[in-house]
Ligand binder design. Sequence first.
Ligand code: ZN
Ligand code: ZN
Length: 167
Amino acid sequence: MSIWQKLFGRKSGTESPEPLDPRFRWIKDTIWGKRWDEIPFEDCISRLLLILRDDPKCKPALEWAAMFAHGNIKRLGFEVIRNPLLDPIFAQCDECGDCWIPDPTAKAVAMNIVLNPIGVGCDKCGRVLCRRCYEQLTVTCSRCRRDMESVIHANGRKRPARRYYGN
Ligand SMILES: [Zn+2]
Ligand SMILES: [Zn+2]
């Protein structure tokens, strides 16, 4: 699957990032025709940060940022990773504060069965635990007594993280 299909070829047209939004033209031109591993992720995220600076809730910009940063955490500079404008794309463990970016493609999959997920969350109260913590504690939510499942939606970074899980 090409990056273009990955970003724009979703079935539900309404949720797709706006390909015609002129703010995204630079990114569109930059990634067009490139393989995933040829994309200058940090440059693209820096561009998105300029958009987010003016419009911090811009949903397509956040979706793109998550798409570019997921799987690339280790390759990105800390000034980028720590930028508060990116807080919404992170999942954060309520116990230890470690962060990761939920797989942006997982939202498109109806069944959310992941073995040994990077983190789990409670559907009811929103409690989130990273792998290290749920292995020590349990995947049962301590508040609601129900099993937590792989985190699909970022719960947002609320405090500085000591560690980032960078798949
Ligand atoms: Zn944790
Ligand atoms: Zn709960």
